[in-house]
Design a protein around this ligand. Structure first.
Ligand SMILES: Nc1nc2c(c(=O)[nH]1)N[C@H]1C(S)=C(S)[C@@H](COP(=O)(O)O)O[C@H]1N2
Ligand SMILES: [Mo]
Length: 230
């Protein structure tokens, strides 16, 4: 299949799901409220194990735009630029020399599956941001994958301690189909906010929409508020 045809199918399927959910969400307005989230497990906030509309999967589905780029460790680079005092470009060795964080967190896909208690290892985005030094005027980031995927996240969500750029899952190198060598994870947001095959993080003055956000997905993407589409 042509790559453009694959992409069209992915987008069409997603837009159908979006239409279905928009109808459902109208029937349950209370789940989209702004109640403060209490204490609890790191990304469960003391709430039930699953956000509304989700079901548990033991398998780990693969979602992409029809392309899985092949990035060798020698070629891989990570750029942090835009609204920062100190733009940086890291190679694999430099990235691996940064402080490493282990964490266990959940993974909620907007297409309704959730995978719980995944064990990750990687570098905190907070630690990377500390190197690049976002300016006072920075409010969001736009992440770019090697497959030309983009997604935007607000700075306050970006800097939460469980937001990692991971290279290891369950003690093994992150497989290519899940975004290896390095992907981002956003346990407190729907998983589309975590770019696979991550290559660049642009700090922004104001917001810019990413691939799915341009197609009507939420800017904020809080699973616990059923905040799927905007
Ligand atoms: N670069 C890139 N990142 C991406 C995607 C993608 O297509 N390209 N899909 C997103 C979506 S919709 C989800 S749910 C997760 C899926 O990750 P997985 O394939 O490892 O389950 O990656 C997100 N990050
Ligand atoms: Mo997703």
């Amino acid at each position: 299949m042509e790559e453009s045809e694959k992409l069209k199918r992915v987008v069409d399927a997603r837009m159908k799901l979006k239409a279905r959910f928009e109808e459902k969400i109208k029937l349950t307005p209370s789940v989209a409220d702004n109640k403060p989230m209490g204490k609890g497990n790191p990304n469960r906030h003391g709430m039930p194990v699953l956000p509304v509309g989700q079901t548990i999967t033991k398998k780990w589905p693969v979602l992409d735009l029809g392309i899985q780029p092949d990035i060798s460790l020698a070629k891989w680079r990570l750029v942090l630029d835009g609204e920062v005092e100190n733009p940086i470009e890291l190679n694999w060795q430099e990235f691996m020399a940064l402080p490493q964080t282990d964490d266990v967190s959940d993974f909620h896909c907007v297409t309704t599956w959730s995978k719980l208690d995944i064990s990750w290892k990687g570098v905190r985005l907070l630690d990377l941001a500390a190197l690049a030094q976002p300016k006072e005027t920075a409010t969001h980031i736009l992440c770019y994958g090697y497959d030309d995927y983009t997604t935007n996240v607000s700075l306050e969500e970006t800097l939460k301690p469980d937001v990692l750029l991971v290279h290891t899952v369950e003690g093994k190198p992150l497989p290519k189909e899940h975004g290896g060598p390095v992907r981002m994870i956003t346990p407190q947001l729907y998983a589309w906010k975590g770019s696979k095959w991550i290559n660049r993080i642009e700090f922004l003055k104001g917001n810019k929409l990413g691939f799915w956000e341009e197609r009507g997905y939420s800017n904020t993407a809080y699973p616990w508020r059923n905040d799927r589409y905007s």
